[in-house]
Design a protein around this ligand. Sequence first.
Ligand code: BGC
Length: 368
Amino acid sequence: MKKLTAALIAAGAAGALLLSGCSSSDRGESSGGSSGSATEASGFAADATIGVALPQKTSENWVLAEQLFNDGLKEAGFNPIVQFANSGVTEQQNQIQAMTEQGASVIVVGAIDGSQLGSQLEDAEENGAHVIAYDRLVKNTDAVDMYVAFDNYQVGVLQGQSLLEGLAARKGDGPYNIELIAGSPDDANSTPFFEGAMSVLQPKIDDGTLVVVSGQTSFEQVATQGWKAENAQKRMDTILAGSYADTELDGILSPNDTLGRAALTSVAQAGKDTPVVTGQDSEVESVKSIMAGEQYSTIYKDTRELVAQTIKEIQLLQKGEDPEINDTDSYDNGVKVVPSYLLTPVIVTKENAAEVYANDSTLAPLTK
Ligand code: BGC
């Protein structure tokens, strides 16, 4: 009864806010940390509908997120609508529109294409929803209140450093022949991953320690449409046939585990020695490969932590409080710097895997 009364009061407050014509920019400002009056007034029902728009199942972390959001939001008393958009951008746009029509108080978005959701998210905000970009930034729109993610640029830095460390450990003295792989060009994360890595690798390319034998070093040349393993594998097959007939390939910068394993398959099929290959996501197959001495490294971004932080932000918004923000200058979406809560990614190799995964019941057994 108490809960119901609180919910009705909150619903009334949200309605009053809508009637008073609070614009999305009012809410954007207040969630950015400035004066709290608009935010305080914008709490919503404790059993509100929360939409979670996930992209395609391009890696295990997204599949895990689906379940964690469903369970966690229900446990917090909300009514979750969690959807993948397996057939692409249009499906995701339609899903967000439908979440708005169903009165979602918050829409959490893991965008397939961060630049294609502006008008749907603007509609959502006009209808009183808060918008949280989850894992991937939403670009070129004001209609995003905050961003919750692991620091993507730092992921790239760690991958670059680990490629250099792995080369020194496994391949002796340089110079080293390497190739570069980047993620899907429509995913807003792919550029910070690549730029972070290149901030470490470019000076070593310039001084001759690293040689990219194919000559393909620009993001456009090395990107992998749709994060698809077969696209990365095909490109690597072509490069191996064209540039490595009489040369060893020492290392491959891979932005995630799925593409890293695709690259390893390509190299194995070409009958070459195993290069040092980076990754990301701590996927089961890659952790096994690391423990077997094949893939060199991965990144641990604990999805449980990321979803828990997102749900915490939703609970703060529900109570009309300011969200938790720990970064206000790193993630510019083209229209504004989006206030962010960034978590810290961890690099994992065979050496520290047992320690890093100690509290992860799926991964810890693989390190024994
Ligand atoms: C995520 C990565 C993931 C990739 C492909 C990125 O946006 O941050 O963890 O590997 O999408 O699913």
